[in-house]
Design a protein around this ligand. Structure first.
Ligand SMILES: Cc1cc2nc3c(=O)[nH]c(=O)nc-3n(C[C@H](O)[C@H](O)[C@H](O)COP(=O)(O)OP(=O)(O)OC[C@H]3O[C@@H](n4cnc5c(N)ncnc54)[C@H](O)[C@@H]3O)c2cc1C
Length: 571
């Protein structure tokens, strides 16, 4: 199950990883100075010759209790007073759910989100025509009904309040802030040409994320491009997000009209004259990251034909790919479905009069450059792709990679959606692994790489120091892979670590005299407390959106203006 979940949202392998531990190193110095690390620093200074390992830091018994470890952990967890969760997406809600089961009656679990609305990517990522996926919001709503739960929306951690203030106030801080950046290709034209955007931008735009949906320039550009007669789009990447984008672009607007897609997006899609969409992958169909359900959906869109060039399928069927497919039934079924799709020429011959759209799955093509449209040189007009062949990295049994053949092709396109993965961003006061773009952690416990003591052996150099009271979960913990349910296992692991650490007396004692987060925010003075959205405030937004949606035959019409959201919530 976990394996399946990871496969389903895996995208291209990013090409621009940087090997850089500098943030971790400077963070180490910063945390060593911080009061919350004083206990840790003391234990370090008393045994400077041996850098403590993760194991020694996590598993030293803190007291001489005669109770069983499990009972000690449970009672200690009941003594946790305040937990702050940064991010109100699925991973934050699952941590809240499992933690509330462990905590005492007077504890509070407080969830902070930079948006006035909760639910993270369930609201701003999941496709509008997948309402069954969004119903998980009802489960999260039940978590929020617990009297010990609080929501503080419209508060950006790192801007309105810092980590130092949160750590001074909460016994435990759980980072669940997801991944809010794109991975990039690093090819010419990517940053300079209009019409080249991240799939994340497109998804946020049609799903009503205020930062994107309110971007007039973006809406105008998408309208202009899509309204061009014969417009063509290229989606770079072959994960499920790429298929979501292709499906939204390919569907008849009337078939989206009863979903919760935002009205401004529907209005642009109504004017679309898009004819062709190519969903492009570097490797073969045997390695594609999308799942069969999403591919089937794409193959059944009214007024659109899904095609695949047979020669690209044939080239992908290398002996090692065939052997790999034989090992996995789901992958074999997926490959069989791709192989059963019509060739572009056969589809055109079967329905010569069809004015519908064509969605082409393209394989073994490496994006090399984006070229300007000669008629509008500020806009993209074509993509240069290098044909690739498959190879096993490091010989037999190695990872299957795409290797350029030197043969270049040029494909016309007016819109390019880069869908090669999301990426987490560092947050001030939090360790960050720049290479993996995640918060470094072991079972959810945030750690910092400890510099090796002079003359230490290589093994000691790999030692880590746990940051007391700081945990993480979800995409910021494991990277941007996995479906919503994957966050359940993740949250359980993080909650188990918190409970265990409480049992071992390893949680710091917060120093703040504030009585509530609003108090903390007022002291910091960067956010007007009357603009903070509570759960009651969000329920007003929810009721308003559902009411407006009902008048349009939709489950909800999302409010896309952040100020309007706050106004509705706080009136
Ligand atoms: C386009 C797309 C479609 C998807 N579709 C599906 C699907 O159909 N089915 C499925 O099972 N899974 C789907 N997924 C995967 C699923 O959405 C993720 O597994 C899940 O949302 C990850 O949860 P998270 O809580 O880690 O991150 P997120 O959901 O991103 O939540 C993070 C939260 O943190 C907040 N935040 C960020 N920075 C700050 C800050 N500085 N201060 C305060 N708050 C902050 C954000 O506003 C956000 O609310 C999809 C993902 C994407 C990208």
């Amino acid at each position: 199950m976990v394996l399946k979940a990871h496969v389903s949202f895996l995208l291209f392998t990013p090409t621009n990883h940087r090997r850089d531990n500098s943030v971790s190193r400077s963070m180490y110095a910063l945390l060593r100075r911080g009061s919350a690390c004083r206990k840790l620093a003391l234990s370090l200074s008393s045994s400077r010759s041996s850098v403590p390992t993760a194991a020694t830091l996590w598993h030293q018994p803190a007291c001489f209790s005669t109770a069983s470890p499990a009972a000690r952990s449970a009672s200690a967890a009941a003594s946790i007073r305040r937990v702050g969760i940064v991010g109100a997406g699925p991973s934050g809600f699952y941590v809240a759910k499992y933690l509330l089961k462990e905590l005492g009656p007077s504890a509070t679990v407080e969830m902070i989100d930079c948006l006035p609305t909760p639910f993270g990517l369930v609201r701003t990522g999941v496709a509008p025509d997948h309402p069954e996926v969004k119903s998980v919001q009802n489960d999260f709503g039940k978590v929020a009904e617990d009297p010990r739960f609080r929501f503080f929306g419209n508060v950006r951690v790192g801007q309105d309040v810092g980590m130092a203030e949160l750590r001074g106030f909460y016994d435990v801080v759980v980072l669940a802030y997801g991944a809010s950046e794109d991975r990039t290709l690093g090819i010419p034209g990517e940053d300079t040409l209009e019409g080249v955007i991240g799939a994340r931008t497109f998804v946020n735009w049609y799903n009503g994320h205020p930062e994107y949906a309110q971007d007039e320039k973006l809406t105008t550009m998408l309208r202009d491009i899509l309204a061009q007669p014969g417009a063509q789009a290229a989606v770079l990447g072959q994960g499920n997000v790429a298929l979501d984008c292709a499906r939204v672009l390919a569907k008849q607007p009337a078939d989206l009209a009863s979903s919760d897609i935002c009205e401004h997006a529907l209005e642009v899609l109504r004017q679309s004259h898009l004819t062709t969409m190519s969903v492009i992958g570097r490797r073969g169909h045997g390695q594609a990251a999308f799942t069969i359900k999403e591919l089937r959906e794409l193959s059944r869109i009214a007024g659109a034909t899904l095609v695949v060039p047979p020669e690209e399928v044939a080239q992908g069927l290398t002996p090692f790919t065939i052997a790999e497919l034989a090992q996995s039934r789901p992958r074999k079924r997926l490959a069989d479905l791709v192989e059963s799709l019509p060739a572009p020429s056969a589809a055109a011959a079967a329905a010569p009069a069809a004015a519908g759209r064509t969605v082409a799955l393209r394989f073994l093509l490496i994006p090399k450059a984006l070229l300007p449209d000669p008629a509008r040189p500020h806009r993209v007009g074509a993509i240069v792709l290098e044909r690739a062949r498959l190879q096993q990295e490091g010989g037999e049994g190695g990872r299957v990679v795409a290797v350029g053949t030197g043969e270049m092709i040029e494909m016309p396109c007016n819109l390019v959606l880069r869908s090669i993965g999301y990426k987490s961003q560092p947050l001030e006061g939090v360790p960050f692994d720049n290479r993996k773009a995640v918060v470094p952690n072991r079972q959810g416990r945030v750690f910092v790489d400890a510099p090796a003591a002079p003359g230490a052996l290589a093994a000691a150099a790999a030692a880590v120091e746990v940051v007391p009271g700081m945990y993480c979960t979800g995409w910021v913990k494991r990277g941007p892979t996995g479906i919503i349910n994957t966050n359940i296992y993740d949250a359980r692991e993080t909650v188990a670590s918190i409970v265990e650490d409480a049992g071992h007396g390893k949680l710091p004692t917060p120093s703040s005299s504030s009585s509530s987060l609003l108090d903390v925010l007022a002291k910091v003075g960067r956010k007007k407390v009357e603009e903070v959205v509570t759960w009651e405030g969000y329920r007003k937004i929810d009721a308003y959106e559902c009411e407006v949606g009902a008048t349009r035959g939709k489950p909800r019409e999302k409010v896309i203006d952040a100020q309007e959201l706050v106004r509705i919530a706080t009136k």
